[in-house]
Design a protein around this ligand. Structure first.
Ligand SMILES: Cc1cc2nc3c(=O)[nH]c(=O)nc-3n(C[C@H](O)[C@H](O)[C@H](O)COP(=O)(O)OP(=O)(O)OC[C@H]3O[C@@H](n4cnc5c(N)ncnc54)[C@H](O)[C@@H]3O)c2cc1C
Length: 405
């Protein structure tokens, strides 16, 4: 069997899925994407793409699209919720490109998805295909879709998000749990808040039981904000997915005028409940594996969930290239072994940031602020282990191998 004859089905149609599909296709595999929705869409506004993710997207030939649609924040600025005093600042661009050869970007999710999808042939994206079952047959994997379609492939990759049907089929039923965090998400036309004279970077505001992040997207035309608050339970009947601006303002009562001005300038606000799962010890079964939120969902408090899904795709492609015509099932386990320590570390760090960001004012908060003032945990240099990592280069097979041009 040659690489080109290895048929791979990727289930899902999100950022991670399409990056994996593109990386696999560019590496020479025969790849098809199966997404349940009738069109490719991304819910929500903006997303941070750190250098470890933009590096891969650029290697896949997407630099022009990213540069056209994205924004390069000059830095991050972390501030206190009430008086706006600075807790820490860190430069991002052009430093990230100088240090790591890839920029830090912020971009609208729909734009990012469109940029990635533009690199993948549309005729290999099968919309309206909701996976309802699969079976590992040893030499192949079979899958069934709600619309009656049945496929037989050499490898199947489940990248169908936190409620993954592939994960359930492979590893059994286990419901994700509510994290106690709810986000208010909104987009504000930049000219509407011009009087704030916002700096050209990301800002995050931390306070008791909550934090709010804002940054520019859509070539700077829109400001994206996400305000996180804590709640004991999530009851869909109590909330609507579309929250009112008034409700968001009430959640950030007493916060700095800049925060409240940004929320108030939004036409509407969406609400998002955050779910989580414990890290998995493994996630491949036979010729099927998982990728992205399907196997390692994380709190978005390191801004790395989609970045890890993007890395997964690059590593998976590189592992399959390195394995050549070797045993595909063993190659999937190799991919998983390479990814597990890094994604588990980020799952744990992201979860811990909920506590760090949401401290009540008091001695622990003061100690945290003092530590941030000196340590600067946001600086690109401190995050070298995270940013200076090329997931497309894998070892060991014989020599380091890359699947990307
Ligand atoms: C508020 C918020 C802010 C965030 N900010 C950042 C950030 O700044 N940077 C970052 O890197 N990450 C961030 N993340 C995390 C990031 O959004 C996710 O980690 C990422 O989108 C996961 O991508 P994915 O492709 O694995 O899954 P998803 O994006 O969930 O895609 C899964 C796809 O599978 C499809 N699907 C589901 N079930 C089936 C089925 N049975 N059959 C077929 N298709 C199916 C779905 O329709 C969907 O299209 C944030 C998350 C949140 C909630």
């Amino acid at each position: 069997m040659t690489l080109a004859s290895l048929r791979i089905a990727v289930i899902g149609g999100g950022i991670g899925v399409l990056t994996a599909a593109l990386a696999l296709r560019q590496a020479g595999f025969d790849v098809d994407v199966y997404e349940q929705a009738p069109e490719l869409t991304e819910v929500g506004g903006g997303i941070n793409m750190a250098p470890n993710a933009t590096r891969i997207l650029r290697q896949l030939g997407l630099a022009e699209g990213l540069d056209r649609e994205g924004v390069r924040p000059v830095g991050t600025h972390q501030r206190r919720w009430q008086d706006g005093s600075t807790l820490q600042r860190a430069p991002l661009n052009p430093l990230c490109e100088e240090l790591y050869g890839a920029p830090h970007m912020t971009i609208h999710r729909a734009d990012l998805l469109a940029v990635i999808a533009s690199g993948f042939p549309a005729q290999h994206i099968h919309l309206g295909h909701r996976l309802v079952g699969l079976a590992d047959r040893g030499e192949c994997t079979e899958a069934w879709f709600e619309n009656g379609v049945h496929i037989t492939v050499d490898l199947l990759v489940g990248a169908d998000g936190i409620h993954s049907a592939v994960r359930t089929a492979l590893l059994g039923e286990e419901a994700p749990r509510f994290t106690g965090c709810v986000a208010y998400r909104g987009l504000v036309p930049t000219e509407r808040i011009a009087e704030l004279g916002l700096e050209g970077g990301s800002q995050s505001w931390v306070g008791p039981g909550a934090h709010l992040v804002h940054y520019f997207v859509s070539r700077g035309r829109l400001l994206n904000f996400v305000g996180w608050t804590e709640h004991d339970r999530w009851n869909r009947e109590d909330w609507t997915d579309r929250a009112t601006v008034t409700r968001a303002l009430a959640a950030f009562e007493g916060w700095h005028p800049q925060v409240r001005r940004i929320i108030a300038a939004a036409d509407t606000c969406f609400i998002w409940a955050l779910f989580d799962r414990e890290p998995l010890p493994n996630w491949s079964v036979g010729r099927a594996t998982l990728l992205g939120d399907a196997c390692h969902p994380m709190h978005p408090f390191m801004g790395q969930g989609a970045a890890m899904a993007i890395e997964d795709g690059a590593t998976l492609a590189a592992c399959l290239v390195a394995a050549g015509t070797g045993d595909p099932a063993e190659t999937l386990r190799h991919y998983e072994r390479l990814r597990l320590p890094r994604v588990t570390r980020l799952q744990e760090m992201s979860r811990a940031n909920k506590t760090r960001f949401h401290m009540r004012d008091g001695s622990a908060q003061q100690a945290r602020d003092a530590e941030w003032a000196t340590a600067g945990d946001r600086s690109p240099d401190t995050l070298r282990w995270l940013y200076d990592f090329n997931a497309a280069v894998v070892e060991p097979m014989s020599a380091p191998t890359t699947a990307l041009g």
